[in-house]
Write a protein that binds this ligand. Structure first.
Ligand code: PGA
Length: 248
């Protein structure tokens, strides 16, 4: 899944959509999606073929006096299938809390879309040994606000904050360890869900490390920021994902 963040113009997004249409392969077992900036949702919906549409954020309110916000029903109008909830940039820059993220995830799944819930630790938290505590809490709050039916429609994106946009991805061992920890944690709440939930990795995923990362046992895909702004790089990452034969 690509995340274009607040990048691009109508012109560059036109070029990117054309590149993505060239990469899309509906016969492959890989779900390909891109989270576009909301002003371009209409353009992307009209022009993307065989690529699912995602949004980067949504309000947890239905509608009303919330200037600047976007509702799930608006996203549904544009056939969005995925919505990010709790990207670390939103947690850090807009003070989104675990509870708000859970409320958003609930709203997204209630609307019949898939919530891609981002979780992850800062470098300080990792260095001070708080990694597991932070991730456990991010997961626990989801389980206290969402029903099992809703939780069946979430994807977890593990994104160590220190790896996002820095060019320094986590190592394969670090990623596999954390993904396994996330799956074990979910097992404590619901075993069946833990088996089926997709856990994707994000943080400086790029063509040079995609093969190694995407092949890891507990990695079910990627959330790709910078590299998704290049059709060529994104295409190479998608090709690596297609090589993974083990379907969960
Ligand atoms: P990055 O971003 O690939 O540029 O590190 C990932 C993300 O923020 O989702």
């Amino acid at each position: 899944m690509g995340n274009w963040k607040m990048n691009g113009s109508l012109l560059t997004i036109k070029t990117l959509c054309e590149a993505l249409n060239g990469i899309a392969d509906t016969s492959a077992h890989v779900d390909m999606a891109v989270c576009v900036p909301s002003p371009y949702l209409f353009y992307a919906r009209t022009n993307l073929k065989g690529v699912c549409l995602g949004a980067q954020n949504v309000s947890h309110h239905d509608d009303g006096a919330y200037t600047g916000e976007i509702s799930t029903s608006m996203l549904k109008d544009f056939d969005c299938q995925y919505v990010l909830a709790g990207h670390s940039e939103r947690r850090a820059l807009y003070a989104e809390t675990n509870v708000e993220v859970a409320l958003k995830a609930k709203k997204i799944t209630d609307a019949g879309m898939t919530a891609v819930v981002c979780i992850g630790e800062s470098l300080d938290q990792r260095l001070s040994g708080e990694l597991e505590k932070i991730l456990f809490e991010q997961i626990r709050v989801l389980f206290s606000y969402l029903s099992l039916k809703a939780l069946a429609n979430i994807v977890i994106a593990y994104e160590p904050v220190w790896a996002i946009g820095t060019g320094l991805a986590a190592t394969a061992n670090q990623i596999q360890d954390v993904h396994a920890f996330i799956r074990q944690t979910i097992t404590k709440f619901n075993e069946n869900l833990a088996k089926n939930v997709r856990i994707v990795y994000g943080g400086s995923l790029k063509p040079s490390n995609a093969a190694e990362i995407l092949a890891l046992d507990d990695v079910d895909g990627g959330l790709i920021g910078g590299a998704s702004l290049s059709g060529k790089d994104f295409g190479e990452i998608i090709n690596q994902a297609k090589r993974k034969t083990c379907l969960r």
